[in-house]
Design a protein around this ligand. Structure first.
Ligand code: 0A1
Ligand code: ZN
Length: 882
């Protein structure tokens, strides 16, 4: 906790460490009220670093540790200094052995960083700087060491004792205690260390690698969850195969383990050979998990597995390089998901998420480059920008090089840097060297924050048969960066004739034909591209597949968008055109509503929906995506000043109006989907459920008792959680008090023993836009199953309310803001990382009208004035107010 002003750390100050740690031997003695950690480190002076005359002191990181003993080369040492963050000693030789014992209290660790207890088990979370809460160490990713770990604990309570690598020995001690030693042959930074001790059951399987090695695959969970691991195991095997096929990467240890824990700050963690997962990202079974949860499990299992190469074998030099592993690994997992499911739908989901959330981050007070220049608390930089925008940056490199060139580049990257801790520049250099490419300008994507705007205009010259596209790019100022230079923006595009056919592309003055689709590289602030031999004025299909994370604007008329939504041969851009039309319609409705004038439905939108609803050849999941209106969050992001009530009113009005206009089409399609009654987990079945439940949401707005009955029936009779949950969402957001209450009670009774299912129950209610939202959330905070100590519960109730229930959170009297600020202050004492994440909705205060602005600022100021604020919360709140 903060005693003085927290310190800012800068990338420009990076220096190599003074010492290396070649070997790390750890012994953990675990007890109910404390743990003893014995470490023995082989340390060596870093002779590559220019030193002053005298040997530098050794400064080890350590926090919240009780130091029991220190020995230098087997002699007790008393000449050292300890403060809140470090242990300093003065070695006399270039290499030496240091033995340290620390005492910690995992059972009181509510921050869930370092060694802590989740339910009855011990587990660790060391990324980014959690290892220093276990023992004194050089806790930085460029210090890589070979770890051997012995865990000693009571055999009855902790029969399973795990750490990284392979088990090498085990035995018994007196008093019912036992021990197991693990050895990890791969040098790794401390952030990849892991330990687990508990009473766990095991799902075991195996995988044969591309060179014929047999890998022992293990998923450990608490006994009651044994039946819920098959999907994760299956996802793991598919990930292993995919990484061999697409990247040529083979797994390297003989054993790969996943452990599910209930209390976890993030989704999961890629510790070498021993991934630790939030149980929400492992457990999935038709009865308890929705299709969305299934897909998340698949994606997170893949993500953590892929880190074995992009993150572990090749790791980050320092935490400013976080996107080196995260951006690349998110790109890898999203391509994996695209290959396993529908590529276009996956892209639509990712782009929707990016635009509603990362764009907002990039336009707010916490905006930072993909490779940040400075931070106070690194935990605050596990952001959408580092992850999702970072992945978009890697995707652009893939687009520019093509799949083959990109693979050549990653092969060189892995080969050149295996076993090293490197930078984003090293990654780019490998891609350049393998392809003879020059990405010097492209690298601005790593150093400049903010979402570039790309304004496009066109001109057709019939006499010369030429078509000109003029691009103008501009990136708005972000904190600390007022001037931006032009970035490389790859624009995948085609030109369509009046029948929707793609025209052959050829640049004026060039012979080469470019086929029907090309990627234009926009590199200047203003730039033109002239196409030759164009016989009629075409309609451009721009930024296909969202080929760059920019805000593109082209003066499409509503009729143009209708045309593209119906005819663009590119599926992504068909969706994009429909979305663009819906955005335009909604923005118009917001203005009309604010002016107090009556609203009218633009029939062109209904027309598109009618067309896709009748299109049974189109993937059902695509139909669902096309008829889904843009979210309130996205409309807020797009607005200069967001009027939340008007946005909510206009969007709900439009949904209801569309539902009324299309009632028979919606009902017909809904009925046609009922036949596939029995549950199956394949992509087609998921697509059908997605569409069916989207239709149900609309139909529930038609004020028809028969539909309400249908919804209740679906809730009661569903043989899977996707359908059951969708029905519950529809009921909870409806004004029908009786069936809503009945369903909620029924659900809570049936699923009380399933924490992840109850998270859904909390979250659905927290998201209900019916009036009285805050009071409902406050009441749910008192529910016996709710606790602030479990991050999933906090996200389900408080997170869902503040991020997804905009009308209720932004209540005009500021009570929503006050509630959130109180929870942040309360939570900061328990878990600063989770508290800091909750600040996001308040940090966006500049987006809203001035009355809301004031109320939000007031709450931020109140948080900032709180005594003993953590550096985590201090950083986000102070930056939000700056
Ligand atoms: N590297 C993990 C994310 C992660 C980061 C920090 C954590 O604790 C503060 C936990 C997990 C990933 O990308 O999956
Ligand atoms: Zn990751």
């Amino acid at each position: 906790m903060r005693t003085e002003q927290p310190k800012t750390i800068y990338l420009k100050d990076y220096q190599q460490p003074d010492y290396w740690i070649d070997e790390t031997q750890l012994t953990f003695e675990l007890f109910e009220d404390h743990a003893l950690v014995h470490s023995r480190l082989s340390i060596r002076l870093n002779d590559a670093k220019p030193q002053a005359q005298a040997q530098p002191p050794l400064v080890l990181d350590g926090q919240l540790l009780e130091l029991v003993s220190v020995e230098l080369d087997d002699q007790p040492l008393s000449n050292y200094q300890v403060d809140d963050d470090s242990l300093t000693l003065q070695p006399q030789t270039a290499s030496f052995a240091l033995a340290i014992t620390t005492r910690i209290e995992p059972q009181n660790n509510t921050a869930l960083e370092g060694l802590y207890k989740s339910g009855g088990m011990f587990c660790t979370q060391c990324e980014a700087e959690g290892f220093r809460k276990i023992t004194y160490y050089l806790d930085r990713p460029d210090v890589m060491s070979r770890f051997t770990t012995t865990v000693v604990a009571d055999r009855g309570s902790y029969p399973v004792l795990l750490s990284n690598g392979n088990p090498i020995a085990s035995g018994e001690h007196d008093g019912g205690r036992h021990w197991i030693s693990w050895e990890d042959p791969f040098p790794k930074p401390a952030y990849l260390f892991a330990l687990v001790a508990g009473d766990l059951c095991l799902l075991q399987d195996s995988f044969t690698t591309m060179t014929g090695r047999e890998i022992d695959l293990r998923i450990y969970v608490e006994p009651e969850n044994r039946e819920q691991c098959d999907h994760a195991m299956d996802s793991l095997k598919r990930s292993m195969r995919w990484d061999e096929e697409v990247y040529g990467r083979e797994y390297d240890l003989d054993i790969f383990m996943i452990v599910a824990v209930n209390d976890f700050n993030m989704g999961a963690m890629e510790n070498k050979g021993l991934n630790i997962f939030n149980s929400s990202c492992v457990l999935a079974q038709q009865d308890t998990a929705t299709d969305m949860a299934f897909q998340r499990v698949e994606a997170v299992v893949a993500h953590e597995y892929f880190h074995n190469w992009s993150g572990n074998r090749v790791t980050c030099r320092d935490w400013f390089q976080l996107s080196l592993k995260e951006g690349f690994t998110v790109f890898r997992d999203s391509e994996f998901s695209a290959d396993m499911n529908s590529r276009t739908v996956k892209r639509i989901e990712d782009v929707t998420f990016l635009r509603a959330n990362q764009f907002a981050e990039d336009a707010g007070p916490m905006a930072h480059p993909v490779r940040p220049d400075s931070f106070i608390e690194i935990s605050n930089f596990y952001t959408l920008t580092v992850y999702e925008k970072g992945a978009e940056v890697v995707r652009m490199l893939h687009t520019l090089l093509g799949a083959e060139g990109f693979r050549k580049g990653t092969d060189l990257y892995f080969e050149r840097h295996d076993g090293q801790a490197v930078t984003c520049d090293d990654f780019i250099k490998a891609l350049e060297d393998a392809n003879g490419a020059d990405f010097s300008q492209f690298k601005r994507w790593y150093s400049q924050a903010g979402t570039p705007r790309l304004d496009v205009a066109s001109h057709y010259d019939a006499a010369r048969r030429e078509y000109r596209l003029s691009f103008r790019q501009h990136c708005p100022a972000t904190p600390g960066q007022s001037e931006k230079r032009p970035q490389v923006i790859p624009v995948r595009m085609a030109l369509l004739d009046s029948a929707g056919q793609e025209l052959p592309l050829q640049m004026a003055g060039e012979q080469q034909s470019l086929g029907n689709e090309t990627v234009l590289s926009v590199t200047e602030a203003e730039q033109e591209f002239v196409f030759a031999n164009i016989d009629q004025e075409p309609l451009p299909s721009l930024l296909r597949g969202f080929s760059a994370p920019v805000k593109l604007s082209y003066p499409y008329s509503r009729d143009d968008r209708v045309f593209l939504a119906k005819h663009d041969p590119d599926g992504f851009n068909r969706w994009e055109a429909a979305q663009g039309l819906a955005v335009d319609v909604l923005q118009g409705l917001v203005e009309i509503h604010r002016a107090g004038r009556p609203l009218h439905l633009d029939q062109r939108l209904a027309d598109i929906y009618r067309t896709v609803l009748a299109d049974t050849a189109l993937d059902a999941a695509m139909v669902a995506e096309i008829i889904r209106l843009p979210s309130e969050a996205y409309l807020v992001e797009l607005a200069d000043t967001a009027h939340v009530d008007a946005i909510h009113f206009a969007r709900e009005w439009l949904r209801a109006e569309l539902a009324r206009s299309l009632k028979s089409e919606l009902q017909q399609r809904f009925d046609s989907l009922q036949v596939s009654a029995h549950y199956s987990a394949d992509a087609d079945a998921m697509a059908m459920r997605s569409l069916k439940n989207t239709l149900l949401g609309y139909l529930m707005l038609t004020d028809d008792q028969a539909v309400v009955q249908q919804c209740v029936r679906q809730f009661v009779e569903a043989d899977n959680m996707t359908d059951r949950q969708a029905a519950l969402v529809a009921l909870v957001n409806s004004p029908f008090e009786q069936p809503r209450q009945a369903a909620l009670e029924h659900f809570a009774e049936r699923w009380a023993a399933y924490p992840l299912v109850m998270d859904q129950w909390f979250s659905i209610q927290a998201g209900s836009t019916q009036p009285g939202g805050l009071e409902r959330v406050e009441a749910l905070m008192q529910h016996p199953l709710f606790t602030l100590r479990n991050p999933n519960k906090v996200r389900a109730l408080i997170g869902a309310f503040a991020n997804q229930n905009l009308v209720n959170f932004h209540r005009a009297d500021g009570a929503g803001y006050r509630f959130l600020a109180d929870r942040i202050i309360e939570l900061d004492r328990l878990n600063p990382q989770i508290a800091a994440r909750l600040v996001t909705p308040l940090s966006r205060w500049r987006k809203f009208a001035s009355d809301r602005q004031q109320l939000m600022q007031q709450e931020l100021a109140r948080i900032l004035a709180t005594e003993k604020l953590s550096p985590d919360v201090y950083e986000v709140v102070s930056k939000s107010l700056a």
